[in-house]
Design a protein around this ligand. Structure first.
Ligand code: IMP
Length: 181
């Protein structure tokens, strides 16, 4: 699939404004503290880069990597950690940053896994939330935009590794999503 049939959902400006608002809220909530921000690769890297640069508080960064979507748009339901964090999080304030919450399986797994390392606090910040698709109940503490069902790309989110670099968020037309490569 070389050319994706897609429609714009969120412009650069709309994303920029929302990320600033989220960073403002997080900065207020963590005033006087230092966060460890953990991004979920690969999807969260662009959102996280913008978010932390808009924070008014200091932070350190780390990443985990999860394999759940191999190809296409349907989750296998199986979450595998393929890259661990490199920072000790015991007694620290942690903000886990994810591109999108869909079934909720990935974040449920990651939150449980991080809690075992005894952080002082742990909150989740997701750029997008597809609430209606949950397979397990999961609430992120900070959400950029709530969206309806449909597959979205851009601003870090991909479809078979394509379209991550786009600065806007697009929704794919159904025919494209059904194409399995
Ligand atoms: P969950 O475990 O089903 O909540 O899935 C979370 C992961 O699925 C995200 O980190 C994304 O990598 C991927 N994902 C879910 N929906 C979309 C989408 O619409 N576009 C791109 N990736 C998605």
């Amino acid at each position: 699939m070389d050319k994706m049939d897609k429609e714009i959902l969120f412009s650069r400006d709309a994303i920029g404004r929302r990320v600033q608002e989220m960073a403002g809220q997080i900065s207020d909530d963590y005033q006087g503290r230092e966060l460890i921000v953990i991004g979920v690769l690969k999807g969260a890297f662009i959102f996280m880069a913008d978010l932390i640069r808009a924070l008014a508080i200091p932070c350190k960064v780390d990443f985990v990597r999860i394999a759940s979507y191999g190809a296409g748009s349907e989750s296998s339901g199986k979450v595998v950690l393929t890259k661990d964090i490199e920072t000790s999080i015991k007694g620290r304030d942690i903000l886990l940053v994810e591109d999108i919450v869909d079934t909720g399986l990935t974040l449920t797994y990651l939150v449980n896994w991080l809690k075992e390392r005894n952080p002082n606090s742990l909150r989740v910040c997701a750029f997008l939330d597809k609430r209606k698709r949950r397979k397990v109940s999961f609430e992120a503490d900070y959400v950029g935009f709530t969206i309806e069902d449909g597959f979205v790309v851009g601003y870090g989110l991909d479809f078979n590794e394509q379209a991550r670099f786009l600065p806007e968020v697009y929704i794919l037309k159904q025919e494209d999503v059904e194409v399995k490569e």
